[in-house]
Write a protein that binds this ligand. Sequence first.
Ligand code: ZN
Length: 251
Amino acid sequence: MSKNNQTLLAIPLGGLGEFGMNMMVFRYGDDIIVVDAGMMFPESELLGVDLVIPDITYLKQNRHLVRAIVLTHGHEDHIGALPYILRDLNVPIYGTRFTLALVKKRLEEAGLLDSATLREVLPGRRIELGPFEIEFISVTHSTIDCVALAIRTPLGVIIHTGDFKIDQTPVDNVPFDRGSAGAVQRFDERGATGIHAIGANDCAADRGVGTIGAAESGAVVLCVVDPPDPTGDRHRGAGGKKDRVCRAKHD
Ligand SMILES: [Zn+2]
């Protein structure tokens, strides 16, 4: 869409038509924000490949226009590319407390934590990034501290839901609909004032059945974290492994 010779672009660098590697770019005039920076676990045809990350050539070519990376939640397919792209794109990273805690570990392992700029946001609050005003809307998912984004631009509001499922029994006791601060109410209010575009998670939406709540289903997040090495070498977890993953468990 465009008005007054300014154009609003939504450029998916990953995550559409595929499972993983989520990265969406929004550009208005000479300002760019990036939503999520995920990786993808390779399919069998990529034998020998450890992980797949988005091609950020466009962002490197427009490096001086990129204001920030905004994170919706801490799953690997939304944050896992950060250690690999931050060397070329060291811009401020916005995320909720739990999401940034996961990011810190990743960046620490990559030796990038000291040079990174991490800015914590609270669900329900708003920030301004140039012509973009971003409201963080709490949503439920298979991990905690997840947000959808209501991105106000001079040409209208874009809703970016991130990953979500409507869960009335989430493990952090913050249900999808919790009154005036809940996602249902926030989406409803945004809808009443007009939304230009919405990008929504449709993973498993075609199954035609609901899911049980996280608290009812037991394990909701698969978090594999190496136990501390008894010698104190944090890079030598038990078994010599140093990778940790945090993947969604959606069923
Ligand atoms: Zn997720």
